[in-house]
Design a protein around this ligand. Structure first.
Ligand code: UDX
Length: 436
């Protein structure tokens, strides 16, 4: 099938390459010339395991190409819109500028019976607002939220755990959902749940899923706060409640909390939209979820300050990690970098290392010192803090080796990813998040 993918960021670039890898003929379109040049040469413009391989295969097969020229969408019959919906500069709501622009730019090239598939995360009601414009040219607008996780995006796109399609209550809507079944043939052949619903539900499914995940993380971080004043261990607590199938252990990792380009802005946009709809109280708890999350960053900073005997000025602090999570170079709303910046603000000499995110971090926070080599970054440290649980830090760094590099054996485990007994046995003062 001939597909276009408008917006080639974390979502669109992966979607375009993944669709080509399952046999479709795909054109990826973006306004960013540098991004398109990189993609066209088979280079992923961001770190995503497996993406370079499927990009290069797709381009070599002739089924995948990238352009800045929207007119090239004219050949396609199914058009995915995966542009960003960032938080507004002066508020919590989502900024729909790019979604509106993508639809406006695409309209002149749409043909009757074409299908426009919104993938961007949008406030509920957006698809209904856009529908008349798409209807006017005889095409059909549907919504197909994306649940991919950065770091696992290729696998999540080709083998999603569910496919949700919001359609209008018309014959054209039903036809569109049948065509999407064919587009996602590898998943539907494996009996992946394929949920056809109305437009509003499909928009809400996405924000509800992210709100639930954020709430789960903040729940366990709230338990960490209680553990801190009672001497309890939140990781054991998470293991114990996680054995209950109704609760589950995943996303009960207490630490410095969630960040990234999705969870923080999505819960804020959801709360803002609910307020617009006169139902602010229904998701008022999301404000609390946000506050708990940000408090954990303060806590991590306090642990470093306390461990250094409140003498932070001119102390060397090595920050292990900059990305908002491992297997990613994404630093959007990264708790890791926020902690680093706060420590620098207190006068510490902060050295940051990360296997993938240093270039992005340096561009955004030039006041910090960046060192690529982990061991060089640890050299002479008065305190070390782990803020992104890359294997380089949680598996491949032994407390004995780290001890041979640092000035003082102080380790703050901002992700509860180290074995406290092993670090203590090697002479370290170990501080976890919500653990004694
Ligand atoms: C998220 C959703 O998981 C995905 O379905 C949606 O499509 C986009 O938003 P992503 O932003 O890639 O994906 O990251 P995710 O793996 O969900 O992690 C988000 C943040 O939560 C990270 O900062 C991570 O470190 C943190 N986290 C995760 C915790 O603090 N504890 C946990 O137990 C799990």
């Amino acid at each position: 099938m001939k597909l276009s993918v408008i917006g080639c960021g974390y979502l669109g670039a992966v979607h375009a390459a993944a669709m080509a890898s399952i046999g479709h003929d795909v054109v990826g379109i973006d306004v960013d010339v540098r991004k398109i040049e990189a993609l066209q040469q088979g280079h992923a413009p961001f770190y995503e395991p497996g993406l370079p391989e499927i990009l290069q295969q797709g381009i070599a097969s002739g089924r995948l190409r990238f352009t800045t020229d929207m007119s090239e969408a004219a050949d396609a019959t199914v058009h995915f819109v995966g542009v960003g919906t960032p938080q507004q500069r002066d508020g919590d709501a989502a900024d729909l500028t790019y979604v509106n622009a993508a639809i406006d730019d695409l309209l002149p090239f749409l043909k009757p019976d074409d299908i426009v598939v919104g993938k961007s995360t949008v406030p509920v009601g957006t698809a209904a607002q856009l529908t008349p414009r798409v209807d006017a040219v005889g095409a059909t607008l549907v919504w197909n939220p994306e649940f991919l996780r950065e770091g696992w995006a290729v696998q999540d796109t080709i083998h999603p755990d569910r496919i949700v399609v919001g359609i209008p209550p018309t014959e054209a809507g039903t036809r569109a959902s049948n065509i999407l079944r064919e587009v996602f043939h590898t998943a539907t052949a494996n009996d992946t749940p394929f949920i056809v619903t109305d437009l509003a539900t499909s928009e809400l499914v996405k924000v509800a899923a992210n709100a639930f995940l954020a709430t789960k993380i903040s729940f366990i971080n709230a338990m960490a706060e209680i553990a801190e004043v009672t001497g309890a261990d939140v990781t054991q607590l998470a293991d114990a409640i996680g054995h209950d199938d109704r609760i589950g252990r995943r996303f009960l990792g207490a630490g410095i909390g969630f960040g990234g380009g999705c969870l923080p802005k999505d819960i804020r946009a959801f709360a803002a939209r609910a307020e617009e709809l006169g139902r602010g109280e229904s998701v008022a708890f999301l404000r609390e979820v946000d506050e708990i999350n940000v408090r954990r960053r303060d806590r991590a900073v306090q642990l470093v300050v306390g461990a250094l005997g409140r003498q932070v000025y001119n102390k060397r602090v090595t920050v292990l990690g900059a990305a908002f999570k491992p297997h990613s170079d994404d630093i959007r709303d990264s708790p890791a970098l926020d902690v680093a910046v706060r420590l620098r603000g207190l006068g510490a000499l902060v050295t940051v290392t990360d296997p993938a995110a240093l270039a992005n971090a340096q561009a955004q926070h030039p006041q910090l010192t960046y060192v690529h080599d982990r061991d060089a970054a640890l050299q002479g440290a008065d305190a070390v803090i782990v803020v992104t649980e890359w294997d380089e830090y949680r598996r491949n760094l032994t407390p004995e080796h780290a001890a041979s590099l640092v000035n003082q054996r102080i380790i703050v485990d901002g992700r509860n990813c180290l074995d406290p007994s092993a670090w203590r046995a090697a002479g370290w003062s170990y501080y976890g998040m919500g653990r004694p």
